[in-house]
Design a protein around this ligand. Structure first.
Ligand SMILES: N[C@@H](CCC(=O)N[C@@H](CS)C(=O)NCC(=O)O)C(=O)O
Length: 120
């Protein structure tokens, strides 16, 4: 296993929720990353952010790890969940709430409902 793959595996194993993104959660540097980080921030989710722009090996490595060609990538309990389109859909359908509840990830349900109401 390459160093990048080992680092990624360790990161997604040691942190319940991980967002591989461009920029960081306070200052995303891509609209897709910004949308996912914005939802997680608004929902009050405690997550670990990894800025792939800081490391070319991780940027490529995360695509290899999940066999998914783009960033952002959200992981919950070590499992790849999706990118921006999937997370947006799951937020609006309530599936993301269910996934968090099933995995014991704390979030503010009222805020999640607010996102849905604003996009209804
Ligand atoms: N449809 C994608 C949009 C994300 C996307 O297209 N990301 C591009 C541009 S930021 C990307 O990661 N390209 C490969 C790269 O920059 O390494 C999603 O749902 O996440």
């Amino acid at each position: 296993m390459s160093d990048a793959q080992a680092t990624i595996q360790k990161t997604v194993t040691e942190n319940d929720v991980v967002l591989f993104m461009k920029g960081d959660k306070m200052m995303p540097q891509c609209g897709f990353s910004s949308r996912v980080a914005g939802v997680l921030n608004f929902m009050g989710v405690d997550y670990h952010d990894v800025n792939v722009l800081a490391d070319a090996d991780i940027r490529q490595g995360i695509k290899d790890y999940s066999d998914w060609p783009t960033i952002p990538q959200l992981y919950v309990k070590g499992e790849f969940v999706g990118g921006c389109d999937i997370i947006t859909e799951m937020t609006l359908s309530g599936e993301l709430d269910t996934l968090f509840e099933t995995n014991g990830v704390a979030f503010d349900k009222e805020k999640a409902d607010q996102v849905r109401a604003a996009n209804a």
